[in-house]
Design a protein around this ligand. Structure first.
Ligand code: NBP
Length: 485
């Protein structure tokens, strides 16, 4: 029985992997935590396993759970995204009072968060969509947290979140108020999109080293371990080396027996769909999502294997490059392609912020991704510096530090794209990122031809570089040019 003086500071609804770890994290920081799960059996099991490890109070009904929270009540939902989240929000809102705060820590689509916030605000309660990254381990020991919602809620939640968030090397907690309504879940969505691209470029490097240079998984693990000591130092490079070292029965490399069909839960796809709507070319993330889709098109891949002409391919020896030089060039191509994917992700955050009036500070996003989350990396320090120095940066690629880095990567990046083509090993993100880069810096793009074609078949008009106004050619008549305004 909880008394007025003995109420919980925070409640967690949903005691599956994420919720139970998050509840334990709150408790380990000295907070009293109320827990609730739809099936009471899971709550009982949680209390049995962890009840003694912290100050927990469990509720069998949502009303009991809500009654055990101090005011303003703060309850964080960690249940399946979608309908389950809507159902829990409704139950919580009914049981709560005005001024109480409902937090959705799941992977919600940001437009759902905007809708939910409006509904909850109309009942004079607060709703905060908070992106949480770091998986199971992060939830327990310190995730990166991206909360949106009203600024007043941040005042009530900030210290709680700061107490459980991961800490960067300089001690800063990896959490900040991202912006109003859906801003937090939007940023979490783009974080996951970048994660897709980051994983794919690592995969492409592996593919070239394994099936181009003919290295073994253990040799490649050693290379990734080496890379992890430099500019590419990151959680994803670190765990890739561990995956490559893993063996199963008869010392078979695990990577050789895993079905090469990558799954996805949707956040990468959302990032690309939203980028299409915003008109932001997130080509790296897009190619990474398509690469997963292609990998999973198993019957089509089986039909194509050995049945499509290749033209003349080269062997690794034909490339005329040493293994050592090839490895270094692949590292540089990975770094450059990764830079493009991050630059594009930040472009999407800036465009989303502008479209929705969120006023997101891109440097702060890099700051809260430095630890706790899946894309945590040394490199994010530099991204933070870049946007701190110039929040209006047109592209991360134009920041003087990254510009200097690119100068040292370009030749290798171009070579690796050529090698991958000659070897017949698809490297979609390496290749499309270079095409994006060359298009971005081009003085003239073939878009002039497209405008000409559009005017020809649809009288869509065009503008000129040498005069103001809008123009059209009388294509079916005398082909004279008409100025339309
Ligand atoms: P799951 O996404 O597997 O959801 C299981 C939980 O949802 C259980 O507590 C279940 O209760 C509850 N639930 C369902 Br299903 N339907 C419900 C309903 N109608 N009413 C009430 N509760 C319902 O859990 P998870 O993997 O811990 O993830 C939780 C959230 O965190 C998700 O939104 C996920 O996308 C997000 N997330 C996950 C990760 C990760 O690494 N797993 C990382 C970051 C974010 P029951 O026990 O009664 O069935």
């Amino acid at each position: 029985m909880t008394t007025e003086q003995n109420l919980a500071q925070i409640g967690v609804v949903g005691l599956a992997v994420m919720g139970s770890n998050l509840a334990r994290n709150f408790a380990s920081r000295g907070h009293k935590v109320a827990v609730y799960n739809r099936s009471f059996g899971k709550t009982e099991k949680f209390m049995e396993d962890f009840g003694e490890t912290g100050d927990f109070v469990s509720g069998e009904t949502i009303e009991e759970f809500v009654a055990s929270l101090e005011k303003p009540r703060r309850a964080i939902i960690m249940v399946q995204a979608g309908k389950a989240t809507d159902a829990v929000i409704e139950q919580l809102s009914e049981a709560m009072d005005e001024g109480d705060i409902i937090i959705d820590g799941g992977n919600a689509l940001f437009t759902d968060t905007i809708r939910r916030e409006k509904e909850i605000a109309s009942r004079n309660q607060h709703f905060v969509g908070a992106g949480i990254s770091g998986g199971e381990e992060g939830a327990l020991n310190g995730p990166s947290i991206m909360p949106g919602g009203p600024k007043e809620s941040w005042e009530a939640l900030g210290p709680l979140f700061e107490s459980i968030a991961a800490r960067a090397e300089d001690g800063t907690p990896c959490v900040t108020h991202v912006g109003p309504d859906g801003a937090g879940h939007f940023v979490k969505m783009v974080h996951n999109g970048i994660e897709y691209a980051d994983m794919q470029v690592i995969g492409e490097a592996y593919q070239l080293l394994r099936y181009g240079a003919g290295l073994t998984p253990v040799e490649i693990a050693e290379i990734f371990e080496e890379w992890n000591k430099g500019d590419l130092n990151s959680f994803l490079i670190e765990i890739t080396a561990e995956v490559l070292r893993q063996t199963v029965e008869d010392d078979k490399p695990l990577v050789d027996v895993i079905l090469d069909a990558a799954g996805q839960k949707g956040t990468g796809r959302w990032t690309v769909k939203e980028a299409l709507d915003l008109g932001v070319p997130t080509t790296g993330i897009g190619e990474a999502v398509f690469a997963r889709a292609l990998s999973s098109s198993l019957s089509q891949r089986t039909a194509a294997q050995g049945n499509l002409p290749t033209g003349s391919l080269k062997s690794f020896e034909d490339l005329g490059i040493s293994q050592e030089e090839f490895i270094d060039q692949v590292r540089k191509a990975l770094y450059a392609s990764k830079l493009v994917a991050y630059a594009q992700g930040f472009d999407e955050i800036k465009a989303g912020s502008l479209e929705n009036n969120w006023d997101i500070n891109p440097g702060d996003m890099a700051m809260i991704w430095r630890a706790g989350c899946i894309i945590r990396a040394v490199f994010l320090e530099k991204v933070k510096d870049a946007y701190d120095t110039n929040p209006e940066l047109e592209s991360l690629l134009l920041d003087p530090y990254f510009n200097g880095e690119l100068a040292g990567l370009m030749d290798s990046w171009r070579n690796v794209v050529i090698y991958s083509t000659q070897l017949g090993l698809g490297a979609p993100v390496f290749t499309s990122s270079l095409a994006y880069y060359d298009s971005l810096r081009a003085e003239r793009l073939p878009a002039a031809i497209i405008q000409g074609q559009r005017d020809y078949f649809g009288a869509h008009t065009y503008q000129r570089v040498d005069k103001d106004g809008t123009f059209h050619i009388e294509w079916t008549g005398d082909r004279s040019e008409t100025a339309l305004d």
